[in-house]
Structure formats: C-alpha cells, structure tokens
Design a protein around this ligand. Structure first.
Ligand code: FAD
Ligand code: 2HG
Ligand code: ZN
Length: 490
C-alpha cells in the first residue's frame, strides 16, 4: 500500500468510514489476486481493493475517489483476456470490485427479463433465469467466474452469439455510477424506446472507462425443450463453411452454436486435460461442434441433423460424425471445446489473436494466417479455434517446443501483426469479443483512427473529463502515439 503517500492514506481512511471494514481491503494477501490478470501478463499494484455492497456505496466511493483525484479500476471476475481489470504498476489506482452486488432483483417470465446486479456471476444469472423456466442465452467458458458487469463492460460474445447476438443485444436497461458519483437509473425493461441517444449501449463494451455498471435488465428467451449436440470431422477448412450453410438452409432457427477446432488444438486437449475422450476414430485436420436447440418439445432435431450430415458425407464434406445420446455425452463433447483455453495454457506460452472476418473468409484466414506465422517463426504451433459461425476465430499461437517462453512472448507484437495484416486484408477486426484492455490500445490508431477515435475520445472527455476511470485501457495514451508497424492507416 502506498502509505508513504498521505493523500492516498487519507482517502483510504475516508473510504473505510463510508464502506466499513469489509468494504476496504489493504492487506497484501487480499490485494494480490486483483493485481494480476487471468493470463498472468500484468502484475500491477493497488493501495486498496474496494468492495462496496450497494449502488449507493459505489456512488459514495466514486465521489470520494473523484475528490481525491484517484483513479478507479472496476473489476468483475477478473477473467479479462486483455488485462482490462487490473491496476497499473504505479500503486496509485484503486480497484473497485462489484462482487458484493450480486442480488437478482427480479425475473419476469412474461416480459422475458432478468434484472440483476453487476456482481452476480454469469452462471448465477443463468440459474436465476432457468429457475423461472427461461434461458439467459449467453454462454462462455468463464461463466462460473465472470460477472454480469464485466460481461456487459466487455460486450462478451461466446458460444451462442450465432443465434442470440453478443451481450450488447441482450441489454434492455442499465444502472450506472458515473465518474463523479452520479447514479444513472436506466433500468427500463422496454422492448421499444426511441427517446434520444441510446445511452446504455455507450457503456456496453466501454471496458470500465465511462462508468461503473451496477445493475442491468437482460433479455431472456423461452428455455429449450429439445436439444441435439454433434461432433463432426471435416475434409477441409472450407468444408466447415459448407456444412454451416447446409445447417442454416435446413433449420437456421435451431442452430444455437457452431464451434471450430483444429486437430492441433484438440490434440492438446487430449494431452493436457484429464478425462477428455476422443469422440471419433477418423483422423481429420478440422472439426466442428454443432449444438441445436428449440423450445418445441416435439421437434425432431436429431432426424434433421442426421439427414444433413448424411448428405454432407455423400458430398465428401463430412468425414465422420458422432451425435450425443445423453446429457452426459453432450457435456463430454462440449468439454473438448471449452477446455481449449486451459489446454493451451498448460502447453506453454501463447499469443492470442481474438480476430473476426466475414464468415465466408474464415478458411482463407486459417490458411493465410498459418502461412504468415510459420514464415515468421518456424516451429510455431498454430492452434486456431472458436466461434466460426460468427467469423470469430481465436487464432492462437503456441511457442515452438523447447523455445524459451520469455523469448516467444517478446515476439508478441510481431506475431499479432502477422495475423492482423491478414485479418486487415480480409476486412476483419483485431478484437472480436475480448476487447482492447491494456494489451491492445496500441492497435487502435491504425484500425479505428481518424474520426472514429476522435469520437471515442470526445465521449470519454464528456463522461470522465479527468480520466479517472480505468486509465490506460481501451484508448491509446495520445494520438498518434504508437501505431502497429505494418498496418496501413484508415
Ligand atoms: P473483468 O475481467 O473483471 O473486467 C473486464 C473489463 O470490464 C475491465 O475493463 C473492467 O474494468 C471492466 N468491468 C468489469 N466490471 C465492470 C463493471 N461492473 N462496470 C464497468 N466496467 C466493468 N470472452 C468472450 O467474449 N467469449 C468467450 O467465449 C470467452 N471465454 C472465456 C473463457 C475463459 C476460460 C476465460 C478465462 C475468459 C473468457 N472470455 C471470453 C473472456 C472474459 O471472460 C470476458 O471478457 C468476460 O466478459 C469478463 O468478465 P469479468 O467479470 O471477468 O470482467
Ligand atoms: C473461448 O471462446 C474464449 O473459449 C477464450 O473466448 C479464447 O483462449 C482463448 O483464446
Ligand atoms: Zn471466444
């Protein structure tokens, strides 16, 4: 703790009076988990972890921090892939956790809405929806830890974006505490509301730089009654897109998830994840997981899927396929997909590229991205996977076997640039769903420069003129500061 600094010490005293002892932690052992990000890329320092227990307490804490001119880093589950929720190394940024705001305020099965506080985990929010016979249609691998506020602040995507959209598409209302402690109660649950600028969408995806989300009204859908999950081995990357088109032509409304895995990534899962079972004997370079779901109890999802798969096999697109016979088998197939992140973490140092391209160009991305990385660093392990139905591939690269992890990580910008050059040429995005955080602001001027970045800065200046909310994240420090070396401007 920066007790040497009398301003910070005095602020902590005032925060303790306001939030109570449970609301302000300063013991180094309590601070350590909130100072390091999930990937272990950043190790910051904070003088205090604030844990307010209500919206009023968040507002009071913000007023005190604003008066002291001390920056605040909002934190949910701290599962950010881009170092978005951790303080910098100055020891002067306070972390504000939403973990104690975890109440479900209301569930309405007629309006199909869930009103929930920002600190509830995504899984707790899903469970509350399920208890009311509904589905909160957002699912990500970190849902047991990630919290509603973090999900919204990053505009998370995940496995069901294909059918239900990103987090942004599920928000009807928000409650937000602004940088000066003002509380905005925008917790409306209207399906239609054309009354000026859509303020809630400003905060969605703003990564804690514009305000602190304290509660939200989320859209629900009726809970599926029939489900069918399959795993297919494909003849080529292009076949992945061909099968997707066939499934959509057959019954687009039933397709809830369509996830890509390469053989290299799947092999890592079998090597590093206990209990992972190989579902198909036929070897292939490319695999997909297909998840169909519908609220209709009498729907013959399996029959339809068998027909599509049989036709695709006939056409030489699908080499082999397995359809889950039980809930346990469905979970086992999903485990192969969801454990990709953990398996890669155990396999060595990795550089992640959360990129998107138009769906039709995914096969080209895979081929050209692989070639670019292999030319840059022979022996590099290319392990792409992810939400191919959205054109969002996690184009991840693992260190060559035996290479020093630090030397590999020192090449992170060169590797990211190699992939991003291809993505740029294909009309894609360098950040599809994980956001910008601390890792990627340097790419913003080249990708979102000119009028776009100027508008973002104007919005930031309007809502947080003193730059006290999550400094150093999302926006680059000054323009034009650092520009990705090989990316053309525009
Ligand atoms: P944090 O990491 O705590 O914070 C993320 C950002 O939001 C930070 O900038 C923080 O300051 C800000 N923030 C947090 N709470 C608030 C708040 N209440 N108000 C304002 N700002 C706030 N992401 C996907 O999109 N799709 C996936 O499929 C996916 N899978 C993942 C799987 C694993 C195993 C892991 C570790 C991560 C995955 N992620 C995925 C990334 C991550 O889980 C998401 O970005 C998630 O939305 C972050 O939620 P969080 O609560 O952990 O937020
Ligand atoms: C997923 O889709 C997450 O599983 C994590 O977005 C991706 O590990 C990654 O790179
Ligand atoms: Zn993802």
């Amino acid at each position: 703790m920066d007790t040497a600094n009398p301003d910070i010490a005095a602020l902590i005293g005032r925060l303790r009076e306001t939030l109570g002892p449970a609301g302000v932690l300063t013991d180094p052992a309590d601070l350590a988990p909130c100072e390091t990000d999930w990937r272990g890329l950043y190790h910051g320092r904070t003088p205090a972890l604030l844990r307010p227990a209500s919206t009023a307490e968040v507002a009071a804490a913000m007023r005190l921090c604003a008066a002291a001119g001390v920056a605040v880093v909002p934190q949910g589950g701290n599962t950010s892939m881009v170092g978005g929720a951790v303080p910098d190394e100055s020891g002067r940024q306070v972390v504000l956790s939403l973990a104690r705001l975890e109440r479900v305020r209301a569930v309405d099965a007629v309006d199909l809405t869930l009103t929930v506080e920002a600190g509830a985990t995504l899984r707790a929010a899903q469970d509350a929806a399920a208890d009311a016979g509904c589905l909160l249609p957002l699912s990500i691998g970190s849902e047991g830890s990630a919290r509603v506020g973090g999900i919204l602040a990053t505009n998370a995507g995940g496995n069901n974006t294909l059918r239900y959209g990103n987090a942004r598409d599920l928000v009807l209302g928000l409650e937000v505490v602004l940088a000066d402690g003002t509380v905005w109660d925008g917790l409306r649950r209207l399906r239609k509301d054309n009354t000026g600028y859509c303020l809630r969408q400003l905060f969605v995806g703003s990564e804690g730089t514009l305000g602190i989300i304290t509660a939200a009204v989320l859209k629900l859908v009726p809970r599926p009654a029939t489900r069918c999950v399959a795993f297919a081995a494909l003849a080529s990357a292009a076949a992945t897109l061909d099968l997707l088109a066939r499934l959509q032509r057959h019954d687009a409304a039933a397709l809830a998830a369509y996830e890509y895995m390469a053989r290299a990534g799947l092999d890592l899962v079998f090597t590093h994840i206990p209990g992972a079972v190989r579902p198909l004997a036929t070897p292939a370079g490319h695999y997909v997981l297909i998840d169909l779901a519908t609220p209709r109890p009498d729907a013959d999802l399996r029959g339809g899927l068998e027909t599509v798969l049989a036709e695709a096999m006939e056409a030489g697109i699908v080499l082999d396929a397995a359809i889950a016979e039980s809930g346990a088998q469905e979970a086992a197939l999903w485990k192969l997909r969801e454990e990709h992140t953990e398996a890669q973490k155990r396999a060595g140092a990795s550089v992640k590229n959360d990129v998107s391209v138009p769906v039709s160009l995914v096969a080209e991305l895979l081929a050209r991205g692989t070639a670019a990385c292999e030319a840059l660093l022979p022996g590099i392990r290319v392990v792409p996977f992810g939400h191919v139905g959205d054109g969002n591939i996690h184009f991840n690269l693992l260190q060559p076997e035996g290479m020093d992890p630090a030397a590999f990580l020192a090449m992170d910008h060169a590797i990211m640039d190699a992939v991003c050059d291809v993505v740029r040429e294909l009309g894609g995005s360098f950040s599809a769903e994980h956001g910008i955080g601390r890792l990627k602001p340097y790419l913003m001027p080249a990708w979102r420069g000119g009028a776009e970045l100027a508008m973002m800065r104007a919005i930031k200046a309007a809502l947080d003129p003193r730059g006290l909310l999550n400094p150093g994240k999302l926006l680059p420090a000054a323009e034009p500061d650092v520009v990705g070396p090989t990316v053309a401007s525009g």
